[in-house]
Design a protein around this ligand. Structure first.
Ligand code: PLP
Length: 227
């Protein structure tokens, strides 16, 4: 029941924030981040018409994806990518949000099965206040995206970031604004990217204000993580 209610609240909130900041209705897509959550919790969200799910840990995720076995669910890999996990990721996910190394791109491209459409890719960007050292710096981004063009089994869709947690709304907006600027600049240069993956339970509103098209929400849907 709780998950049910939380999903309704988040959806309403997204709608309200879209309106508040002059974003088009339904221009923000909700990814339910289900890392560490049990199958029955994910099913509750599916029953409430949630279709996009985000997972961080490959092995845990693949078990869930296989058990749930629903081709209408869109699975997003949002965790750090180890190179020995690229095959599992390429076989089981629809999206990868955390690409920041050419070597990994090469492996994902090689391993993406022919019967599946190209793997959708967001390049992870390290803006000024990132949580981890992962992600490319902005000055390396354009040439990195250029070099992904040779990988025919990957489709570059956009940019992703995970800034450190801040309380203040204006401070939260800063790094999202930085990413949005790069996004617009790349688009001008014909990179044909249409996705900005940014915003979590803590800073979703600021991300939407700055142009997020995917928000990745865990805690606000499923409650605090125990692990
Ligand atoms: C865990 C995680 C989220 C969700 O964070 P919440 O605070 O639970 O909403 C979003 N993005 C990434 C990359 C994560 O690892």
């Amino acid at each position: 029941m709780e998950i049910d209610i939380n999903l309704t609240k988040i959806r309403n909130k997204i709608g309200a924030v879209e309106k508040q900041f002059g974003r088009e209705n339904n221009s923000v897509c909700l990814i339910a981040v289900s890392k560490t959550r049990k199958i029955n919790e994910i099913i509750q969200a599916i029953d409430k018409n949630q279709r996009h799910f985000g997972e961080n840990y490959c092995q845990e995720a693949v078990e869930k994806i296989k058990t749930i076995n629903r081709p209408d669910i869109i699975w997003h890999f949002i965790g750090p990518i180890q190179s020995n996990k690229t095959k599992q990721i390429a076989h089981n996910f629809n999206w990868v949000h955390t690409l920041d190394r050419l070597k990994i791109a090469q492996r994902l491209n090689e391993m993406r099965p022919d019967h599946l459409p190209p793997l959708n890719i967001c390049v992870q960007v390290n803006t000024s206040n990132e949580v981890t050292k992962s992600g490319l710096s902005i000055d390396k981004l354009e040439s990195f995206i250029d070099s992904l063009k040779e990988f025919k089994r990957l489709k570059v869709r956009g940019l992703m970031s995970l800034p450190e947690i801040k309380r203040d709304f204006d401070e939260q907006r800063e790094s999202f604004k930085e990413l949005n600027k790069v996004f617009l600049r790349l688009n001008k240069n014909n990179a044909e990217i249409d996705v900005l993956s940014m915003g979590t339970s803590n800073d979703m509103e600021a991300a939407i204000a700055e142009g997020a098209t995917f928000v990745r929400i865990g805690t606000a849907i499923f409650g605090p993580r125990i692990q």
